[in-house]
Design a protein around this ligand. Structure first.
Ligand SMILES: [Zn+2]
Length: 527
């Protein structure tokens, strides 16, 4: 038995040797990692930072007074930590700012009064004081429906769709990735070739455009008919309400009526009473404010300067902005606090870094990666023409955190095969914190794409989902309590170590071939 084992092991060993010999071993500084872990795990400030960004200054909708106050606080904190070149770098135009200053909502029926869980959509107007009025239903799905409801909706609250069906939550709302799921993520999916067949991409995109058009016409109809406000049910259950924008940011955008989103349980209760021909009255008081003095926004930047390669750059970033109903805890105070903490750790340890490490906290991410795109265009290249600026050649890597509160389990390589052996080596000391997985896959929807789209190495980490999709992402329950403190502490340590190693590596990180210019068709991401 034993002997067979030894032989098998020997055979394996012989096989392994040539593979290892092909790759020069990437250097890992275990002494630095010890100090980073010591600072980040024993003297963490990440939850204090998070509490300020959420409890005190949340939510942080781009263009609102709250995000400006949050940024001023961050600037003060980063300066206190002795980072340098701490600035709010203006970009724009973003459009009008918006905030909700007061909101109350209650139902008044013949039998009972009750408050409802509801929120106005961003960039919608208010009611100019409390208004009590009848609730009616008007489900408009086609051309004939416009005629059915014409003349019937003036001075009414209008429910615009039947309540969605609510299922029991047989699956736990929060989870971590299993080993099997991580193996699955690490495999490269191969897409079927794109053709013109039915159900392929072209057709689907057309359908979406038509749906947006119809939605726009319906809003215009409700406005023309003189409704007080439209009322719709949120997806999700348990009092969780998911809310984004309902109107445009440009002062010249088409006007829209006031719009509120209601928890499915309260929406259903009103709907079922109306089905029984029981009149229901609603009282809403919505005070929303637009800000059109300054149409620009800003990114928060701060540096730890490098030594002999100080003109070269490693960047850490996260989007600072959020939606408006919770306090933007998992999306994305978590990422912002992790990145601020990583910078604090690097500074507090006093570790020497050859390249400059720069923090950037973006705004306008929720409206289409606007802040990071503006920064990349200004400093590195415009993806529309791909004319490279001098800083493009001085750039090593960008690391991003924007997938909620979850522990880092690995890195999406964005198709950059050449960084795999480097990240493999940097990841090795963090296997005991659960970071094990590299995947060649792309991940989308956040700011590393702004770098990737001009051929710069930009990476988002793989993070445990926890309750991101079920509960927190863009919801009123995106709050401090949904944050896993130990995950944020681990994440900050991992990010600090990746930044440290990228800053001290002899070479910059390898790049993919430069992409072709991608001429842009206006900003379609207004909502
Ligand atoms: Zn988001």
């Amino acid at each position: 038995m034993k002997r067979i084992h030894v032989v098998a092991f020997f055979a394996l060993f012989c096989l392994a040797i040539p593979i290892v010999a092909q790759m020069p071993q990437e250097k890992v500084d275990l002494d630095a990692i010890y100090r980073i872990k010591d600072e980040g795990l024993n003297r963490s400030q990440v939850m204090d930072t998070l509490s300020y960004l959420t409890d005190v200054y949340g939510a942080r909708l781009t263009g609102s007074p709250q995000i400006r106050a949050a940024a001023d606080w961050a600037k003060k904190k980063l300066t206190e930590w002795e980072l340098v070149n701490v600035n709010l770098e203006a970009w724009g135009p973003f459009g009008r700012g918006w905030t909700n200053e007061k909101f109350t909502a209650r139902v008044i029926s013949p039998s009972v009064n009750f408050p409802i869980i509801a929120y106005p959509k961003a960039w919608t107007p208010g009611t100019n004081g409390p208004i009590e009025a009848d609730v009616v239903t008007a489900v408009i799905n086609n051309e004939q429906d416009f005629d059915r409801f014409r003349g019937l909706l003036r001075d009414k609250y209008v429910m615009i769709a039947a309540p969605p069906e609510v299922q029991a939550q047989f699956q736990a709302p929060g989870r971590r990735y299993t080993d099997d799921e991580l193996v699955n993520i690490s495999n490269q999916p191969v897409q079927p070739p794109r053709g013109g067949g039915p159900g392929q991409r072209g057709g689907a995109a057309g359908g979406r455009g038509n749906a947006d058009n119809f939605n726009q016409r319906r809003l215009q109809f409700f406005l023309d008919e003189g409704v007080i406000a439209t009322v719709e049910a949120s997806r999700g259950t348990g009092g969780t309400v998911f809310v984004q924008a309902g109107g445009g940011r440009n002062p010249t955008d088409a006007p829209v009526p006031p719009q509120v989103v209601v928890s499915v349980e309260h929406y259903g209760r009103i709907w079922r009473m109306l089905e029984k021909k029981i009149p229901v009255r609603l009282e809403l008081d919505i005070q929303n404010k637009f800000f059109d003095q300054d149409l620009n926004s800003f990114n928060v930047v701060a540096d730890v300067p490098g030594t002999d390669k100080a003109d070269e750059l490693v960047m850490l970033g996260a989007h600072f902005d959020s939606w408006h109903t919770g306090t933007g805890a998992t999306d994305n105070a978590a990422g912002s606090a992790v990145m601020m903490e990583a910078m604090r750790i690097l500074k507090a340890t006093g570790l020497k870094m050859r390249r400059t490490v720069r923090l950037a906290l973006w705004t306008g991410e929720e409206e289409g990666l606007l802040g990071s795109r503006a920064y990349v265009t200004q400093h590195f290249a415009d993806r529309a023409d791909m004319k490279l600026k001098p800083e493009h050649s001085k750039f090593s890597a960008y690391f991003n955190v924007d997938n909620g509160t979850g522990a880092i389990r690995g890195v999406y390589l964005q198709g950059n095969e050449a960084v795999a052996p480097i990240f493999q080596a940097w990841m090795q000391p963090f296997r005991n914190l659960g970071m094990t997985t590299l995947t060649i896959r792309n991940t989308g929807g956040t700011d590393h794409q702004s770098f990737d789209s001009v051929g710069l190495p930009g990476f988002q980490f793989i993070q445990d989902p926890i309750e991101y999709d079920s509960r927190t992402h863009h919801s009123n329950m995106d709050v401090y309590e949904r944050i896993q403190a130990q995950d944020l502490m681990k994440d900050a340590v991992i990010v600090a170590s990746f930044a440290y190693h990228a800053a001290n590596r002899d070479e910059k990180l390898p790049r993919k071939p430069l992409p072709a210019p991608q001429p842009q068709r206006g900003d379609a991401s207004n909502r």
